[in-house]
Design a protein around this ligand. Structure first.
Ligand code: NFE
Ligand code: MG
Length: 594
């Protein structure tokens, strides 16, 4: 191919050295990235591949729509609950079922708890070690670390003795030769810029966050019985309030929820946000990873303030679409319009009768076809290089009005900023001011990571608002959590279609259902990581991961730290995006740098 320019404005050149990173670690699911480097080791071509298939859309056919949530919730245990929510919304939409105010409050609370926990775990446990050198923390002066910590936060765990103990723990790890969660990284690389004290501080918080995240998900267990995979219900939520009694959700449980919310706000604002600012301040020159984030962004909007009102004005976080980086216009998105959202498969390991066209999810088809293109190298079970001119991923290619889109916290934040949402604007402007950066700095790997942190804080605070609203409603005497009108199949029309848009932690999620004669005729999920990890489409537009990697210089082609930084900033989840492992679970590829 050599050099081409894609319709969405990215210059590709596949003539240089090909580097294959497989698997990308510290993510959920199986992701392979191939890039071509020029003579200066700058990325000139990028290929994003989801290399597993699970088939959840297919196994839903013929089932009772009221059961669908329990199947699709198993798409992923990380963004747990989001697929169940999308499913019950889709079924309620199809069958005209309204939910009580309390059910809306509980769903909002559970989703906000999900954002808070998922973003926190992503920052510390999946992404921080791209920026924080654990081994360097051994060289830190615990006293100086304490001074650093106390200069940026009033968090009480900040004494020299505390950091000395943490350092001793890390030392035992390193000396044992068994690094456990800290193994397989590129420690000592010159790409790590933090002073030893900042590294020690971040490692301490890695451990603290690991403990604290378990507290947050108790909110799921209180309202949904368990985590991961809490219980849901078409028509409401499967829990009941009895404020002054011992059974059901009483004041004791509600007080625990309230206490978790307070502690979440404290941890996020006193630990996560100060760490984010401190770490980012050493990497402001690392400006790579923008790609589609500066062009096309999509959010459905979520967290309805009042139940059953789907207008953007009613959303705590309103959505829309931005095209070509034009922040002056936020386009309305209609998930029902067959012209707007379509999935393409000409570069995906699926087949359609006519692969030059996309299909709206209500008419979507999930029929797997695994085949290697003529220019792929290696064998079917040991692929050395994929052929991006042919089919090359189990991720489909969703498009909005033909555009490849980025979704996720950065998309939500830029859209809310463009819509003039005051709280979001204040957060974004405050962070940029503290770091001395212009708005354009947002359109980058660091911007994506920063937006997730701000959104984590936003979500923790919004839990308080939603909780207080729910308590006021309960105290006013409304304790209903479910509505069983239109629940029985004999009340359903012969045919119905519904859609359940959700803003999941990683971005815009939708489930589309077609019910026929009381059974599921067709079911399609278009997931955040499906958007971001998308392969090329028939026009040649590249997806968000692919676009974000272009132009990034690699210090050392054998240590793909730069690729990890940018990929991790999206918080990839291939379990979600393919939701559909090769039948016999065979290994499709091995790690290779060529
Ligand atoms: Ni498995 Fe998911 C989220 C969904 S993914 S993590 O957030 O939906 O892309
Ligand atoms: Mg799908």
């Amino acid at each position: 191919m050599s050099e081409t320019v894609t319709p969405n404005g990215f210059r590709l050149d596949d003539s240089g050295q090909r580097v294959v990173v497989d698997p990308i670690c510290r993510i959920e699911g199986h992701l392979r990235i191939e890039v071509n480097l020029d003579d200066s080791n700058v990325i000139q071509n990028a290929v994003s591949t989801g290399n597993m298939w699970r088939g959840l859309e297919v196994i839903l056919k013929g089932r009772d729509p009221r059961d669908a949530w329990a199947f699709v919730e198993r798409i992923c245990g990380v963004c747990t609950g989001v697929h169940a929510l999308s499913s019950v919304r889709a079924v309620e939409d199809a069958l005209g079922i309204q939910i009580p105010e309390n059910a809306n409050h509980i769903r909002n609370l559970m989703m906000l708890a999900q954002y808070t926990q998922d973003h926190l775990v992503h920052f510390y446990h999946l992404h921080a070690l791209d920026w924080v050198d654990v081994v360097s923390a051994l060289d830190a002066d615990p006293k100086a670390t304490s001074v650093l910590m106390q200069s940026i936060s009033s968090w009480p765990k900040s004494s020299p003795g505390y950091f000395r103990d943490i350092q001793a723990r890390v030392k035992r790890f390193v000396e044992s030769g068994q690094l456990g969660p800290f193994s397989n990284a590129y420690w000592g690389s010159p790409a790590y810029k933090l002073p030893a004290e900042a590294n020690l501080m971040a490692v301490a918080h890695y451990l603290e966050a690991l403990d604290f995240q378990r507290e947050i998900v108790k909110i799921h267990t209180i309202f949904g019985g368990r985590n991961p995979h809490p219980n849901w219900l078409v028509g409401g939520m499967p829990c009941s309030f009895s404020l002054n009694e011992t059974g059901g959700i009483n004041m004791e449980w509600l007080n625990l929820v309230s206490s978790i919310i307070d502690r979440s706000i404290e941890f996020i604002d006193q630990v996560y946000i100060p760490d984010l600012k401190a770490i980012a301040s050493f990497y402001t020159e690392w400006t790579y990873g923008g790609g589609l984030s500066s062009k096309n962004l999509l959010s459905y909007g979520d967290f309805p303030n009042v139940a059953n009102d789907w207008s953007q004005e009613n959303m705590l976080l309103p959505g829309g679409a931005i095209i070509g980086g034009d922040l002056s216009t936020v386009h309305e998105v209609d998930v029902r319009d067959p012209e707007q959202i379509q999935e393409f498969v000409n570069h995906s390991w699926y087949t359609y009768p006519d692969e030059s066209k996309g299909l709206h999810p209500w008419d979507g088809i999930t029929e797997p076809r695994f085949e290697l293109g003529p220019n792929a190298k290696g064998t079917k079970t040991n692929i050395e290089q994929l052929d991006e001119g042919a089919k090359y991923s189990f991720v489909k290619a969703p498009r909005w009005r033909g555009h490849a889109m980025e979704v996720g916290p950065l998309a939500r934040y830029v859209i809310a900023y463009a819509r003039g949402e005051e709280e979001i604007k204040a957060q974004v402007d405050g962070l940029l001011r503290d770091l001395g950066l212009p708005l354009e700095a947002l359109f980058s790997t660091l911007g994506r990571t920063a937006a997730r942190g701000l959104e984590c804080s936003w979500a923790a605070h919004k839990m308080r608002t939603v909780f207080d609203n729910m308590m006021a409603n309960l105290k006013a005497g409304d304790t209903a959590t479910a509505n069983m009108d239109n629940w029985e199949p004999d009340t359903w029309p012969a045919e119905a279609r519904g859609v359940g848009p959700v803003e999941a932690p990683r971005g815009a999620l939708g489930h589309w259902i077609h019910v026929k004669d009381t059974r599921i005729e067709n079911y399609q999920a278009v997931v955040p990581t499906t958007w971001n990890a998308s392969p090329r489409d028939p026009e040649g537009n590249i997806g968000a991961y692919e676009a974000a990697l272009l132009g990034t210089p690699m210090a050392n082609a054998d240590q793909p730290l730069e690729i990890l930084r940018t990929l991790h900033s999206f918080d990839p989840c291939l379990a979600c995006s393919t939701h559909v492992m090769s039948p016999d679970g065979e290994e499709l590829a091995t790690v290779k740098v060529r």
